[in-house]
Write a protein that binds this ligand. Structure first.
Ligand SMILES: Cc1cc2nc3c(=O)[nH]c(=O)nc-3n(C[C@H](O)[C@H](O)[C@H](O)COP(=O)(O)O)c2cc1C
Length: 78
């Protein structure tokens, strides 16, 4: 599993570490021209800032729009 995280004060990094797997920093990923992640499962951990209906932060939302996610479902490959 790959976990992309964005953290300001460290809470989301703590959560990402608890989930485990490959941890990728969203600010580091955003420096890349293209963001391509290939894994069976990809999670995003980010803070909620002044949210309505638990929307993710605008920064993480931009990240989601940018990255290309190729999920390889074990169910589909069987
Ligand atoms: C400016 C600001 C606005 C926040 N707004 C919300 C909110 O609307 N709803 C909520 O549940 N938490 C809100 N929080 C709490 C953060 O989501 C929470 O502290 C989070 O764990 C921070 O993650 P981080 O330590 O990885 O940066 C807010 C925090 C800050 C600093």
């Amino acid at each position: 599993m790959t976990v992309c995280y964005f953290t300001a004060s460290g809470n989301c990094l703590y959560v990402a570490r608890r989930i485990g797997g490959t941890l990728l920093s969203i600010p580091q990923l955003m420096k890349q021209d293209s963001i391509e992640i290939e894994d069976e499962a990809v999670g995003i951990v980010c803070p909620v800032y002044k949210a309505i209906l638990s929307m993710m932060t605008a920064y993480a939302a931009v990240f989601v729009q940018r990255f290309v996610l190729q999920t390889i479902s074990p169910l589909l490959t069987k």
